[in-house]
Design a protein around this ligand. Sequence first.
Ligand code: G6P
Length: 656
Amino acid sequence: MCGIVGYIGGREAVPILIEGLKNLEYRGYDSAGIAVADSDKVFMVKRSGKLKNLEAAINESGISGSLGIGHTRWATHGAPTEANAHPHFGKTREFFVVHNGIIENHQQLKESLKREKCRFNSETDTEVIVHLLEKFYTGDLKQAVCRTVKKLKGSFALGVISSRHPDLLLAARRDSPLIIGLGKGENYIASDVPAILSQTRSVIYLENDEIAVLGRDNAEVFTVNGDCCNRRPVTVKMDPDSASKGGYSHFMIKEINEQPEVMRRILSARIKNNRVRFEELKLNEKRLKNIDNIQIVACGTAYHAGLCGKYVLEKLLKIPVNVDTSSEFRYREQIIKKNKTLVITVSQSGETADTLAALRASQQKGALILSVVNVVGSSIARESDGVVYIYAGPEIAVASTKAYTAQLMTIYLLALYLGEVFGTVSERIRREMLRMLARTPLKMKEVLANNGRIKRVARDYVKRYNIRLAEQFKFLEDEVAQFKDSRKALEFAEQWARRSHLTYGRRFGDFPFLYLGRNVNFPSALEGALKLKEITYISAEGYAAGEMKHGPIALIDEFPLVICINPRSSLYDKMLSNIQEIKARRGTVLSIATKGDREIRKKAYSDYIIEIPPVNEFVSPLIVALPLQLLAYYIAAGIGCDIDQPRNLAKSVTVE
Ligand code: G6P
């Protein structure tokens, strides 16, 4: 949450900061700001709303300089107003700070600073940092940062500049990610690699409680006690084009379409001579053989991938596998058997605060930690005993798609690998599974090529939705009529429409969605519902179909759309019974079914059908994910939602 970027060098800082912020917007987008130093003066521009507001204001202001910091915000403390946007400054207006994280003791600090006559300009937790800097500054900026950082509790990644030191860019971190980018005669700081990827590939990952002091030609890292740390840069391998839309209208649809290629990449990297290999996994087989239970922890979409992993791992390894959301797990009594519990954390970003905390809690209790991560070198990857990367490439859209299927595929392969280590998977089963997995890219391609049906279903839904909306308008006719000025009446009607559009799912819950699935496709139902909620704001619930009678069936009449995930499987008939129960109550059913399934075509069973190619039930979640993603996407596009940057969400949740 929140993105930070900073630059010091010989070039104009503003365009570098803006480009960096654009690439970090997925971390937050409710307000943004920059501060740029030109000789001994610092100029600052901040705006609430999307980055384009800031860009317009900067263009008007004409500010320039070759040292600067920038920030894109996801509000935690204080509304997304201009005053609360970063950078923050103190009484002297000589120090400027951008911050990602949460200062947990900000209230106490604020009280004591107020007693010392500090006046606060914002409601943020961040502002205490800049007042502390002013208080501790005695001519040495590094020392002031060190003293400030020692007073802070909680998580932070900081960028600091001062008009007193136009030749210095400082940074510090604890539990929020921060990298240093190294250039020739210039250096950078950033929350994440994509922010500075077009400038440099040479980076240093700052560790907890480290301070970086950057000049144009030098970059030094210190502990908070001021001791020098000898940190070596690493070269990041990432294609800058992979972080662009490449002709698609949204990152989300681009990333959905990338899935066959991602699958191919994973399969070709992992399968050697009909065996699964994870070259980067530095866990020896002896340690793995000791494992007798597995605990998976993750958040959001990654949690759903983990949930599917439970079915896969239990089937292939025959040991108990628990799955928990990280935010629950970290505060529970964790039942870990030293050296016998394998904790698998699943995380696209590798920075999710709750998952990182769950990892650390498990590590303290002696669990072996293996992480399934996308972002190379991320905190979770670095702190785990072993890591397997999912090779999804940069995922920019807030709603996760390709990372989800890449996590699934990696977990299937991991289960086969562990099955070989444990001796629970025979060679025949392994070969058969690998054959099935190898077909995934082609089957995904088939779904993507036949997306016309999904588009039509989405269009139909949006039509029904709009009719309903128009009906709601009728109630407003009298209200609109009372405006004598027709322009005002129109304004009122438009405002109402916009509001109701955005809050439709909540205010007029006539069309909620219910996603049902069984067994390996129960997590698919959860993920389908999550995708829809995230990008359309329509209320949607995922449920195990067998649980329908214990509550959700009360929702059923003709209005909700019930999505039944029912490809051919051992539980196919059970799902058909559920569908009949829905139909008996005038429910509207959309079935995700296997191509050529005649039975489900009978009118009594489904109002809409989306077909997927025949696929073995055990690996079907990999294919089922795509129509669910596409359905959510096309509905969101039809309603006119902000697909890549849905309200209130952020891609990387680095605060708890
Ligand atoms: C946020 C994102 C989701 C993601 C979740 C976990 O909620 O919007 O897409 O699934 O965080 O993130 P992680 O990076 O740990 O997978």
